[in-house]
Design a protein around this ligand. Structure first.
Ligand SMILES: [Zn+2]
Length: 118
């Protein structure tokens, strides 16, 4: 049920954003960037999104998830690479001084409204 609360706060955040900006048009799509290491899994998030938006401001909208890879950066030689799993050793200089610079994000990329042309 971990994804349930994540999705719930996502839906809330989007609703608040729409409210704050005074946007009244019906929402068609919510585009989300989901890092492979954000701690949330795509499938359950989609499932709960549908469940949580049966009514309310986001009713009928679709959640479009783009999964973003884990990005690692070597602090020794500044090499940067994307990875499916965390490998904490630099392929260039063998350093183990590695930092995660991407892949943990969960951000709303854009919101598409019904009256917008794509
Ligand atoms: Zn390196």
């Amino acid at each position: 049920m971990h994804e349930y609360s994540i999705t719930q706060s996502l839906v809330q955040a989007v609703e608040e954003e729409l409210e704050a900006r005074g946007l009244g048009a019906a929402v068609q799509e919510v585009h989300l960037k989901l890092g492979l290491f954000s701690g949330a899994v795509k499938g359950p998030v989609e499932f709960y999104y549908e469940m949580l938006t049966k009514e309310g401001r986001l009713a009928g909208s679709k959640l479009m998830i783009e999964e973003t890879p884990l990005v690692l950066c070597c602090k020794n030689c500044q090499a940067e690479w994307a990875s499916e799993e965390p490998v904490f050793r630099c392929g260039k200089c063998e350093s183990q001084n590695i930092e995660i610079t991407g892949g943990r994000e969960m951000t709303v990329d854009k919101i598409v409204f019904d009256d917008e042309e794509s």
